[in-house]
Design a protein around this ligand. Structure first.
Ligand SMILES: NC(=O)c1ccc[n+]([C@@H]2O[C@H](COP(=O)([O-])OP(=O)(O)OC[C@H]3O[C@@H](n4cnc5c(N)ncnc54)[C@H](O)[C@@H]3O)[C@@H](O)[C@H]2O)c1
Length: 326
């Protein structure tokens, strides 16, 4: 099995790569389970590679030549993670369209050409987002709810899903689109996602620094830990095409929690001194984007496929401490 991870130098890309190498094998679109020979990490920046099976390749997802080179003529599976994230896609419409829409189309067309060459379609796992939903929504949002994004990022992910669904229907690719909850706790530095503070309010206090929470404590959000996100991406890959009916899009199960409850869980796990480092100071622009996202889903289809969420937020904080703070 040869695997391509676009956005492979990013947060989830690196974790996915490590998990795939540990697992050692995957099942291709013909149902054949084989050892992973190569994981190619494609990104605009170099990815670290300390395993002989890993290759880092620098390129632009919207450049057809770069993408063809990344796929080569022997790629069985693609995890398409490269993206401009929500805050940046909102601030820079043209960049978001180029990377999130043009890049996805370029990649899927290249996968279609590869399918002709190989004689079987590559599996394509696409990381979509809950931002494809917005506006007045039922709580929880059922699986069959229309896509009404209220941000450019959400609209671009919705377009990517439609392309992936149609190309799967045509048999050009064997795609699966996972609408991931917000992934928390993200290690490292804050990024340009509007949801970045959801990690900062846990990570920074644990590192001895203050963090600003730009939304009301009562705001409810839909979260998943990096561990569960990676498990669900791999599970979605391993499912046979017959597990899907009229849609390849899946609302991934998550945890619905209020921001104030997140800080309370931090207090329970790490103590008052740590939790008191969170300061509430409203930022209307961030609150407007994050509040437009749904706070809970039934995720019926995802659960039926075997996908799992974290049991509570305290266990997400503990997982972060185990994975990132040792
Ligand atoms: N982290 C979350 O909370 C979350 C939630 C829902 C969906 N997602 C989606 O999951 C995916 C991975 O998210 P992440 O948190 O790891 O993001 P990330 O920003 O850490 O990684 C994205 C990677 O894409 C790369 N990239 C950007 N433009 C590119 C281009 N033109 N060509 C090639 N690579 C390019 C970036 O350099 C980066 O390494 C994204 O598609 C994101 O939209 C993430």
């Amino acid at each position: 099995m040869n695997v391509l991870i676009t956005g492979g130098a990013g947060f989830l890309g690196r974790k996915l790569c490590a998990a795939l190498l540990k697992r050692g094998e995957l099942t291709d679109s013909r149902g054949q389970t084989r050892a992973i020979r190569r994981v190619r990490l494609f990104d605009v920046v170099a990815a670290s590679q300390d395993d002989p099976r890993v290759e880092s390749l620098i390129g632009d997802i919207a450049d057809a030549d770069d993408v063809r080179a990344a796929l080569g003529n022997d790629t069985d599976s693609v995890f398409h993670l490269a993206a401009v994230v929500s805050g940046e896609a909102e601030q820079n419409f043209d960049l978001g369209m180029r990377v999130n829409v043009d890049g996805t189309r370029v990649l899927l067309e290249a996968c279609r050409a590869l399918s002709q060459l190989q004689g079987y379609p590559p599996k394509v796992i696409f990381t979509s987002s809950l931002a494809v939903f917005g506006g007045p929504l039922p709580d929880p949002v059922p699986d069959a709810w229309p896509l009404t994004p209220q941000s450019s990022y959400g609209a671009q992910k919705a377009i990517g899903e439609l392309l992936l669904n149609d190309m799967s229907r045509k048999g050009f690719i064997d795609g699966r689109a996972l609408r991931l909850p917000t992934i928390c706790v993200r290690p490292g530095r804050p990024n340009k996602a509007a949801s970045s503070f959801l990690s900062s309010i846990i990570r920074e206090p644990l590192n001895g620094a203050e963090a600003i929470c730009p939304v009301e404590p009562s705001l409810r959000v839909w979260l998943l830990s990096p561990r569960r996100a990676i498990e669900n991406l791999i599970l979605a890959h391993e499912l046979p095409a017959t597990a899907f009916g009229h849609t390849r899009s899946i609302n991934v199960p998550g945890l619905s929690v209020r921001v104030g409850e997140m800080v309370q869980a931090l207090r329970d796990v790490a103590g008052d001194e740590v939790a008191n480092r969170v300061r509430f100071q409203r930022d209307d622009a961030i609150e407007r984007i994050v509040a437009s996202w749904p706070a809970a889903f039934t995720a019926t289809f995802g659960r039926a496929l075997g996908m799992q969420a974290d049991p509570d937020f305290a266990s997400i904080v503990r997982a972060y401490l185990e994975d990132e703070c040792r």
